[in-house]
Design a binder for this molecule. Structure first.
Ligand SMILES: C[S@@+](CC[C@H](N)C(=O)[O-])C[C@H]1O[C@@H](n2cnc3c(N)ncnc32)[C@H](O)[C@@H]1O
Length: 318
């Protein structure tokens, strides 16, 4: 979702922050013995989560596209020289990135997952638990820039952020990355646009339908409108410690069933159910008719572009 999913309305420092537990495969879920509850972060209230994605974690896991195999290959290539790599995934959502990485590289020693949504973290934990093998994982509930490793030796070799960087205080996140990452670490920022930004007949018609219900301005956050990020991620990286940047562009042909498009829309900040109030059923019925009219052989195609920015500290690049 390059610059695609909305803007934040909250000020920095106001969210509740809380570390949840770390867990191993076979733990059978958190217990007082295997929970590692650490202290609340600065300004924390200990209150529940509040994020715009909170209500959609299960649908998100079902309907959001995964990570292309070529992107996974690029990420694992960045840590191929590390015997037991540590990974940190920022804005992990339902854990798509760690799931793909653990499947491709079981020798990963530890993954830390960061999100401002507790339901998303729970969803990610449930998905990861059966595939952890010898790896361990840690959940950090809070803003990405507030992340602190749960143990001193846990310096990530790879920091990933997929479809989430635009939600964050990007300079602060990159400063945090510089504080916590191993000297040779790679930061990978990934995006792939959304059905709002995709240019095709059916996505344009869908966008017009949404605008007919919600008005011309693209919605984002809990109340606001989408704002294009003021500068490109490359510029954020150029001003950070990770200024040596390589871009990879991966074309992806996605095939959508109309039901999956409807499910996907429910997880977006521009067409999530509560925006339609009492007219949600009416919207979904019109969207279904529109999708059926545009479908070819029962499916719709999206020619997406998945981009991976790999950033390193200049002196560590080969
Ligand atoms: C569009 S989802 C992407 C999830 C996942 N990375 C993926 O590609 O499927 C964005 C995620 O970022 C989280 N998020 C938003 N702002 C954040 C912040 N400042 N710090 C940590 N996570 C954040 C949201 O709660 C949400 O789970």
């Amino acid at each position: 979702m390059a610059a695609a999913d909305g803007t934040r309305e909250r000020g920095q420092g106001d969210p509740p922050r809380e570390d949840l537990q770390t867990f191993h495969a076979g733990d059978g879920g958190p217990t007082p013995e295997n929970d590692r509850i650490t202290s609340l972060g600065p300004g924390a209230t200990g209150a529940g989560s509040y994020d715009v994605f909170d209500g959609v974690a299960a649908e998100y896991a079902r309907h959001r596209p995964g990570i292309p195999a070529e992107a996974v290959r690029i990420l694992t290539g960045a840590i191929e020289a590390v015997t037991r790599p540590m990974v940190l995934d920022l804005g992990t959502g339902t854990g798509q990135v760690p799931l793909a990485l653990l499947a491709a590289l079981p020798r990963i020693a530890h993954v830390d997952l960061v999100d401002v949504s507790k339901p998303m973290l729970r969803q990610a934990a449930a998905a990861l638990r059966p595939v952890l093998g010898r790896s361990t994982a840690g959940l950090f509930f809070g803003e990405a820039d507030a992340f602190v490793p749960s143990a001193p030796g846990r310096r990530p070799d790879l920091i990933t952020c997929c479809r989430a960087f635009h939600w964050m205080n990007r300079p602060a996140v990159l400063a945090m990355a510089d504080r916590v990452a191993a000297p040779h670490a790679t930061v990978a920022i990934m995006n792939d646009g959304s059905l709002w930004t995709h240019e095709s007949d059916w996505t344009a018609a869908l966008r017009e339908l949404i605008q007919g219900f919600l008005g011309p301005v693209r919605r984002a956050g809990t109340r606001g409108a989408f704002q294009v990020p003021s500068r490109r991620y490359e510029e954020d990286l150029a001003e950070s410690a990770f200024s040596d940047v390589t871009e990879h562009r991966i074309p992806v042909d996605r095939v959508w069933a109309p039901d999956d498009v409807i499910g996907y829309l429910r997880t977006t900040s521009f067409a999530r159910p509560d925006l339609f109030a009492g007219r949600r059923a009416e919207f979904e019925s019109q969207a279904r008719a529109l999708l059926a009219a545009h479908a070819d052989g029962g499916v719709l195609h999206e020619e997406a572009l998945f981009t991976v920015l790999l950033a390193r500290r200049p002196h560590t690049s080969s």
